[in-house]
Design a protein around this ligand. Sequence first.
Ligand code: M6R
Length: 614
Amino acid sequence: MCGIMGYIGKNDAKQVILNGLAKQEYRGYDSAGLALRCGESIKSVKIVGRVSELKKLVEESDLGETAPVSGIGHTRWATHGGVTVTNAHPHESVDGNIVLLHNGIIENAREIRDKLEAEGIVFISDTDTESACQLLARLYRDCGDVLSAMTKLCASITGAFALVILFRDRPGEIWCARRGSPLVVAHSDGASLCASDPTALLDYTHDLFFMEEGEIARLTEDGCGFFGFDGEPREKQSIFLQWDSVMADKGHYEHFMRKEIDEQPDVLRFTIEAHTDITSVDMEKTLKLPPDLMRGISRVQFVACGTSYYAAAVACNLMESLDDTLNVRADVSSEYRYRNIGRGDDTLAIFISQSGETADTLSAARIAKSKGVHCIAITNVRGSTLDREVDNSLLSLAGPEIGVAATKTFTAQVALLSILVLQLLKLRGALSATDEARLIGGLRSIPAKQQAVLSRENDIKALAEKYSDSKGFFFIGRRESVPLTLEGALKLKEIAYLPSEAYAAGEMKHGPIAMLDEKLTVVAIVPQNDLREKMLSNVAECRARNAPIILLATDGDEGIKSFANDVIFAPATEKELFPLLGVVPLQLFAYHVAKTLGRDIDMPRNLAKSVTVE
Ligand code: M6R
């Protein structure tokens, strides 16, 4: 959470920083601030609100005659301390020498603060960050050497942090440190930059240095130097990130989310073509597992958070349906740590994270690694922490996703996971040629079918407008549709703020059905397969309680209309692959409900795109 941007070079630092913050605003957006070196002094501007308001205030502020050539900026998602201007970053030490901003949580902040207050240092904010700022100022005053003060600071603070710092008496430098929270550094054309998210740097360069755990960096106009927390210099290789900066642009769309929904057929085509040929899986180049490994595996665990967890659940169902000799499960990362996950050679854990920076998923992967479990990661961001920490890391090829609500990364994850499941089962000798050809053929047909659903947007929009005054929604489905009910409900919760529940349809009569009345809409997922009749019985039970019913059904299933108030149709698919298609109308439905209600779709309240605290 929180977006960071730093710049030192010859250009106008305030423009570079404001642009970088605007690109990372989805990471946190309750307040924003920047500090610019203006001649001899450092001037800070902070606001409660969005980057656009910060920009206005910066333009109105007196920053002196010459454009600042270095500075740091921050967009905040509050953890410690309310949303106020005083708590917004950057923070300044009481002696005025340190200006610091932070992403993460400093766990021993209270202890540090108590000690420094006992020494007479007066704190002005309620944040954990200020303790790092005041402590660094004290350490620097004591030793007079920046690197040594930085190493002492990093040794003294616990928790997660990406820190970016200006020292008033070191005009040509910006200092950074990282443990737990992401930070990317780059040098290009007489300037050095840092950011939380690589997309903020792509206008300047694609050669990026992803800071590792326990690293310090010194940025100057001439380059970037790296050190360990022990103060020893480190050689670092840059990583070339292929993303294009226009991929992170809204283009003609009103919202990133809407653009990202439309990108799904292309994203799926790339993903499928990269890992399959016409009738078979082909992951030999991308997946580097010892050939016999899968034959010795008895447990497979899919682990992720939020929407990525629902992708995990889809993969779990697929694997289990194809191989009854494996013990397969999906877990949310934050709970994985409390389970007896097994140890050693017979277990394979697959960690899924769009950002590759989700703190709970990173912790889960570290626990699995420490127990000798075989690990695979799926992430959308090359160079992210998960990508670097897990040896077998696969990229979902969705391109940058900016809308806080995950859309194209979900379908990219499901596609890649489905192919991975087929590959793993093939290596195990547990995939029949018939199933392989059937599912690969099915996958290859999905992009065109998604396109067909997208072309029906106006019908879905009309339904969204009609039902947007519902007091809430129940999503129900069975088997492969259960993860879809969860995803459909989550989309509505996060962008429309409407109470939305998801249930395995059979569970309704064990309690939830008591809530139904004419203002609570049921969205029932009823593809035309072996479960259609059972689903329709559950739908009838809901209808008998006066709940309005929307069905998601298969093209040509005209008979289903009599069971519902409204029907959204989608093309037929292989039943295991239905989530890849069925999710698209649910995304469009949530989008248009949120739009009808006038919600802030790309930056919904209280959320942040990347959850880097546990
Ligand atoms: O980056 P990750 O995939 O690890 O993120 C996990 C969740 O935070 C994320 O999917 C979240 O639930 C989305 N906002 C859902 O739209």
